[in-house]
Design a protein around this ligand. Structure first.
Ligand code: NAI
Length: 462
């Protein structure tokens, strides 16, 4: 029996970051993980492997569509799927081993196995009970399916199965035009699959600025994805190695069917807290089955904290990381802080889509007086040179004070560009502050400055 200051349950981005921060505070820390490798969903079956496939498929797209324009000759392209999957696996293992290295460096014990909480001061892992002063629950989330849809991770898959398909499907149906459906759907479309996305709502990627939604869907259609909008999938039937998807159009209630070699169910994720023993401990859950915490990530049971996908808020790795650091700070007797108004979100397609702060739709709804500065990547020299001129930067600022309220980017490296606006928002900057900041030429980031200029005297290059 060992005595810890903190035991973190779960080693995803929330858990491993919390553990490292605890160790940095000088707290004796352990992290419980039942998978064979550290890193949780993100590193093993989420963000990292999907980004490897997105990168590889983008390279293929560049070779097939843009190489010849640049005078680069390649006789033909072909896909070695086994090698692509091996590259993805190597990407995963170099990242998960990186976390193991960080644990050793910070003297964090990895308690191997699935953990359960016996009392607020005792965590059981395998058959061993470990004493601890504090517990951080960082057990994340799992894909949620639909009633009438049985996942086999072969023909009817979640994002997990979609990353290890034995071959590239000829025909893929994606249920749900959210982040996962669009990211993985666009990977397979670029690899040659005929991809149809079925979405219940009338717009893709719920919650995004509607201007971005429209442009994004247009670009995705140009890339070969088909969309069936306003359609509720009611069941998916497996027929030998194929599947039949049944859906109802909301506008007229008509029933339809579509066949596929692979069906990707991407209709959301749900909190995973099974087997922790929370009911016995009396930990309060929300109606959605998530752990309830106060503003310092404390549950109602003293000494037990919760962060990331296990609690309320966007299911994003970086939100979990921030909460992990903040909860560790609180345990160490410091002040933990997360600015929930400045959490960027990124869709890793080509082009990328990124946003932070409020949407124009929300400002309109709230009757907030605002101004919009918009700049098309068509006016950005670097984007034109790189065949990446589709998309725009849109900045929203308060009409009276010029204070930045939000930004929405669709275009090259949007996921990186968004962070200068995150910093500006953190510092309460105005659009003029951004516009007055010198931006190096030629970079994509000039488009951010131009959008900020568009909130004032006007952009230069449009
Ligand atoms: P999502 O909630 O983003 O999208 C699910 C979509 O499925 C919605 O548009 C919904 O209207 C649709 N839908 C639900 N039931 C349906 C039905 N019966 N028929 C047709 N359409 C239906 O969920 P998603 O994409 O699975 O992502 C889950 C979570 O993971 C999200 O919180 C997301 O933010 C996070 N995530 C974030 C990533 C990123 O930041 N790049 C990458 C991957 C996941």
């Amino acid at each position: 029996m060992s005595a810890y200051d903190v035991i973190v349950i779960g080693s995803g981005p929330g858990g491993y970051v919390a553990a490292i921060r605890c160790a940095q505070h000088g707290l004796k820390t352990a992290c419980v993980e039942g998978r064979d490798t550290l890193g949780g969903t993100c590193l093993n079956v989420g963000c990292i492997p999907s980004k490897a496939l997105l990168h590889a498929s983008h390279m293929l797209h560049e070779a097939e569509h843009n190489f010849a324009k640049m005078g680069l000759k390649c006789k033909s392209t072909s896909i070695d799927w086994e090698q692509m999957l091996a590259y993805k696996e190597e990407t995963i293992s170099s990242n998960t081993q990186g976390i193991e290295f960080l644990f050793k460096k910070n003297k964090i014990d990895w308690l191997k196995g699935w953990g359960s909480i016996l009392t607020p001061g005792q965590v059981k892992v395998a058959d061993e009970v470990h004493n601890t002063k504090n517990i951080i629950i960082a057990t994340g989330s799992v894909p949620s399916s639909l009633p009438g849809v049985e996942i086999d991770e072969k023909t009817i898959v979640t994002s997990t199965g979609a990353l290890i398909l034995p071959k590239i499907p000829k025909k893929m149906v994606v249920i749900g035009a959210g982040v996962i459906g669009i990211e993985l759907g666009s990977v397979y479309a670029r690899l040659g699959s005929d991809v149809t996305v079925i979405e219940y709502l009338d717009k893709i990627t719920p919650g995004l600025d509607s201007d971005v939604q429209k442009t994004f869907q247009r670009i995705l259609k140009k890339q070969g994805l088909s969309f069936i909008m306003g359609a509720a999938v009611s069941c998916v039937e497996k027929i030998k190695t194929k599947a039949k998807v049944s859906y109802k159009l909301r506008k007229d209630g008509s029933d339809h069917q579509i066949d596929a070699d692979t069906v990707l169910v991407a209709t959301g994720r749900k909190t995973f807290i099974d087997g922790l023993g929370l009911e016995t401990l009396g930990v309060t859950l929300s109606e959605r089955g998530q752990i309830k915490t106060d503003e310092q990530w404390r549950t109602n049971v003293a000494g037990i904290y919760a962060i990331g996908d296990a609690i309320d808020g966007p299911m994003l790795a970086h939100k979990a990381e921030d909460e992990g650091m903040a909860a560790a700070d609180v345990i160490a007797g410091k002040h933990g802080h997360v600015n929930y108004g400045v959490i960027p979100s990124v869709i890793y397609t080509h082009p990328e889509v990124a946003n932070v702060g409020v949407t124009e739709d929300l400002l309109k709804k709230e009757g907030h007086a605002y101004k919009v500065g918009k700049f098309m990547f068509m006016g950005n020299g670097r984007a034109k040179a790189n065949f990446s001129a589709d998309g725009f930067v849109k900045i929203l600022a308060d009409a009276d004070t010029d204070r930045l309220l939000g930004a929405h980017i669709i275009g090259p490296s949007a996921g990186d560009l968004i962070h200068e606006i995150c910093v500006a928002l953190e510092f309460g900057a105005s659009a003029e502050d951004l516009a007055l900041t010198c931006h190096a030429h030629p970079t994509y980031s000039e488009a951010v400055r131009e959008a900020a200029l568009a909130c004032g005297m006007g952009p230069i290059h449009s």
